[in-house]
Design a protein around this ligand. Structure first.
Ligand code: SAM
Length: 344
């Protein structure tokens, strides 16, 4: 009937234009709309916002109205003039200065993911990542390609950190990890998760192991009162030996790689892991029937496009970890990511 058809067409419209919704949000972020409204602490007219941000009034008004429609801004009428303010979501996640800001992740998506989605059909056709179309210099993997510039290292590391301001505590407390004094965060980037770990387990030490370019940049910017508990080691986890530890954290590492590469890494971790030690994976997991969640499907598509990686179900992680010699494998799904713990 026509009500059903209307519902279907609504879904079609949403899917068809989903990328425009993203771009509206990215554009408002890029132009500084949410920062201005957070700093001003008051509602502002579109003319005032346009003037402060150096844009045309007409263009800004159009963008602000769309943001109201998306509930990224609110608008109240006063003396026949619209006054705009941030919604709670924008104050929390879109303004740069918020402690839980997702701005840097948004920026990476807008600048790198958005244009490169043009290669998705090729990735699907070939069942392969499309790094060679995205970057001029040939690279063995997406990290070598992305890290060819200092800016590439910076923007990726910053984007990765944003997740842990929201989910870090939840993931590091999913299991009681207090029995592991020496921890190695493999591919631990700039150490955002390591800081969360130390705040929960103050007696632990964490070694962050990552590629030299990432470590060099992280060390330069690393500021924390727990500095002596967190150290960095440069290396390639596919080629070099890794530090000995009681617990290995691999957060969003396996999803970057195919099963063979994961097994290669697992074997290395199992060898280096102290007896009785553990391995903690933090990943976005697919439901067992693979029907969702949408976030995992979206990420899985991204992983195919960029590095031949994939999101997996718990059963798939369980099989990998068992094959790698880990036992007593436990699984906890939290609000967004899942934690998987195995023991040697
Ligand atoms: N674990 C961090 C997190 O969840 O925020 C970062 C995840 S990011 C998707 C993957 C990380 O693995 C990056 O920091 C990257 O530099 C690192 N990485 C990639 N290939 C690597 C390699 N061969 N050796 C060491 N680190 C590597």
């Amino acid at each position: 009937d026509s009500a059903e058809e209307n519902e279907m067409l609504k879904i079609l419209f949403q899917y068809q234009h989903g990328f425009i919704i993203s771009k509206i949000m990215f554009t408002a972020c890029e132009l500084g709309v949410f920062d201005l409204l957070l700093e001003s602490g008051d509602t502002l007219s579109s003319a005032a916002i346009a003037e402060r941000l150096g844009t045309c009034h007409l263009g800004m008004e159009r963008l602000l109205e769309a943001c109201v429609g998306l509930k990224l801004l609110r608008m109240e009428r006063k003396d026949n003039e619209g006054l705009y303010g941030n919604t709670d979501l924008s104050n929390l996640c879109l303004a740069k200065s918020s402690p839980k800001s997702q701005y840097c992740y948004m920026k990476l998506q807008s600048e790198q993911l958005y244009p490169n989605l043009q290669y998705l059909a090729d990735a699907v056709r070939e069942g392969n990542a499309q790094i060679q179309s995205m970057y001029v210099t040939p690279s063995k993997d997406i990290f070598e390609a992305m890290y060819s510039s200092e800016e590439g290292v910076q923007s990726f590391s910053n984007a990765m950190d944003t997740a842990w301001s929201i989910y870090g505590q939840e993931m590091m407390s999913a299991f009681d990890l207090s029995c592991f004094p020496a921890v190695c965060d493999l591919g631990g980037g700039s150490g955002a998760l390591a800081k969360e770990y130390i705040s929960l387990y103050p007696n632990a030490t964490v070694t962050i192991f990552d590629l030299p370019k990432v470590v060099k940049r992280a060390k330069k910017q690393f500021v924390t009162s727990e500095e002596c508990q967190i150290s960095f080691q440069e290396g390639d986890f596919l080629k070099d030996s890794i530090p000995e530890a009681d617990l290995y954290i691999l957060a969003r590492i396996f999803h970057d790689w195919d099963d063979d590469t994961c097994m290669q890494l697992l074997t290395k971790v199992h060898k280096a892991c102290k007896p009785g030690g553990g391995l903690l994976l933090v990943e976005l997991t697919l439901d067992e029937d693979r029907s969702g969640p949408l976030e995992a499907h979206i990420r899985s598509i991204m992983m195919l496009l960029f590095n031949n990686g994939r999101e997996r179900t718990f059963s798939e992680y369980n099989a990998l970890l068992s094959a790698g010699g880990f036992k007593e494998i436990q699984f906890k799904k939290k609000s967004f990511y899942s934690a998987i713990l195995g023991r040697k």
